[in-house]
Design a protein around this ligand. Structure first.
Ligand code: C2O
Length: 548
């Protein structure tokens, strides 16, 4: 492979959306940030300079980081943040992965504006397992806040309540014509297509807090890849993409389109009873050669209702890995260690009330937890502590394998709201074959949680609704062609079972990719020990790694 170099200057830049002009953190002055393109097998070197008045780190979401944990990026997990004025070089190889991933800041809510696509092409001369598209187009779905997202989360943590929601959804940073004051053609993303040609959309859900439906009027999409792993191609008219997830889909432009342009739409999927940004954003699919199409009154795709879990379940059930001779599934057939994780929100006592009250349920503060443990960010990097074997006062290697309070999903909230706090991890011997059943709990109506694992892809071997029932559910697992992903939504009022082999030494965070839940502590970490051979050990940290 080659070595590809990029420079990220983190700077404030002025951006206008929805008639609000403000200064936002950007990479190289761009929003969304620049696209990185590499080939599988390449080394990627990103030189980051922090020129904003806040801490920052960067995460290469979905990159395996084989024995390069120092480059993974989550603040206080694999590194201390770069303070204002500091720099750090992320240096890692892309091994055995191809497709669409992305990069984003991994400190507080900075990823709201600090994110961009990471496109991994196959090694030179290796074809896709589907016909080569005429053009490939990265399409980042995001959320725009008129307020400063850093202020939004600060206020939520202070008052104990839910955060203010975003003002618009965006396509590559543009909200489009459905919003008041959206500024017309200059604030609408347009995808120009030629009749009869096939395009590959590299979709990324970069929204902070919303799972999204995605559809293109009058066009069927063919899903070929998810989280940079191939899937058996399937057709769909509406996609569901959770924050953190990526999806490559083929769109074939009609030879005789019924209109010169069509709406591309996104809208939220959520099952909470709380407030959320219930708007629909539009981009335009425009056929060439035509005069620019009008932005309003375009044929629009019918999207499911915001709480249509049936539509989500139907869509999710289509994912299968290729499991071919060339791309074998490699599912662990046996398991060394099994975990049952109850995942959801909880409530904390009101400790620092604002005007005498907390704004969570029944005068509590919102918290979120796995197995009743709400993750506390340490003051120093867990990976550094692990490398130096100095665990005292930093972490406890006693994360529970099952909920601290026995969990039973009854369908009626509140369920299991008990919360303790700590920086607790699961130590794993190198090469342990792990199964985790993730069970959704809830206190505010049912809600899905997109769980993201760093350092690994996992196999999604089973899923269902209600209580996970080991005796019956294990027998129904798919161990033949389960989809491989780095982020999976734990379905509302249901469960999902994943497997992975812990063959990558380091400290790896697993967390909800709804940023508000991460801020509330819906997170834990795996501490994977070195293997016996020299090439299975975590190398020493780079000399420029920031200190805390
Ligand atoms: Cu995309 Cu830990 O994040």
């Amino acid at each position: 492979g080659l070595t590809r170099r990029y420079t990220f200057n983190v700077t404030m830049a002025t951006v206008t959306r929805l008639c609000t002009t403000k200064s936002i953190p950007t990479v190289n002055g761009r929003f969304p940030g620049p696209r990185i393109t590499v080939r599988e097998g390449d080394r990627l070197i990103v030189n980051v300079h922090n020129n904003i008045n806040n801490n920052v780190t960067f995460h290469w979401h979905g990159v395996r980081q084989l024995r390069s944990a120092w480059a993974d990026g989550p603040a206080y997990i694999t590194q201390c943040p770069m303070r204002p004025g500091q720099s750090y070089v992320y240096n890692f190889r892309i091994v055995g992965q191809r497709g669409t991933l992305w990069w984003h800041a991994h400190f507080s809510w900075l990823r709201a504006t600090l994110h961009g696509p990471l496109v991994i092409l196959p090694p030179r001369g290796v074809p896709y397992p589907f016909p080569k598209p005429y053009r490939e187009v990265p399409l980042m779905l995001g959320e725009w806040f008129n307020a400063d997202p850093e202020a939004v989360i600060k206020q939520a943590l202070q008052t104990g309540g839910g955060p203010n929601v975003s003002d618009a959804y965006t396509f590559n940073g543009f909200p489009g014509p459905t919003y008041n004051c959206s500024g017309g053609a200059n604030s609408t993303f347009k995808l120009k297509v030629k009749p009869g040609r096939t395009y590959m959309l590299r979709l990324i859900n970069a929204a902070l807090n919303d799972e999204l439906f995605f559809a293109v009027a009058n066009h069927t999409l063919t899903v070929v890849q998810a989280d940079a792993s191939y899937v058996k191609p399937f057709a769909a008219t509406t996609l569901v993409i959770s924050p953190g997830q990526t999806m490559d889909v083929l769109l074939t432009a009609a030879t005789n389109p019924s209109s010169t342009a069509f709406a591309i739409a996104v809208a939220p999927y959520t099952n909470t009873v709380g407030t959320f940004d219930n708007t629909t954003a539009i981009a335009v699919l425009e056929y060439a050669p035509q005069r620019p199409a009008a932005l309003r009154g375009l044929p629009a795709p019918p999207l499911p209702r915001y709480n249509d879990t049936g539509a989500v379940t139907n869509f999710s059930s289509n994912f299968r890995s290729l499991a071919s001779a060339r791309y074998p599934a490699r599912v662990p057939l046996s398991v060394d260690r099994s975990f049952f994780f109850a995942v959801g929100l909880g409530a904390d006592p009101c400790q620092s009330p604002v005007n005498g009250t907390c704004q969570g349920p029944n005068n509590t503060r919102f918290a979120a937890s796995i197995n009743n443990v709400s993750f506390v960010m340490p003051k120093t990097s867990l990976l550094q502590a692990h490398y130096q074997r100095r665990y005292n006062g930093v972490l406890a290697a006693n994360f529970p394998a099952a909920p601290l309070r026995k969990f039973n999903y009854t369908g009626t909230p509140p369920n299991n709201t008990f919360v303790t706090h700590g920086t607790r991890v699961v130590p794993l011997a190198f090469n342990t074959s792990v199964e985790v059943v993730l069970q959704d709990t809830s206190i505010q109506g049912a809600e899905s949680h997109p769980l993201h694992l760093h350092g690994y892809d996992f196999h999604v071997v089973g899923t269902g609704f209600g209580n996970y029932d080991a005796a019956n559910d294990t027998a129904k697992y798919n161990l033949v062609d389960p989809v491989q992903r780095n982020t999976i939504s734990v379905p509302t009022a249901g469960w999902v079972a994943i497997r992975f082999v812990a063959n990558n030494p380091g400290v790896w965070i697993m967390h909800c990719h709804l940023d508000v839940h991460l801020s509330w502590g819906l997170s834990m970490a795996w501490l994977v020990n070195d293997g016996p051979l020299p090439n299975q050990k975590l190398p020493p940290p780079p000399s420029d790694i920031p200190t805390c």
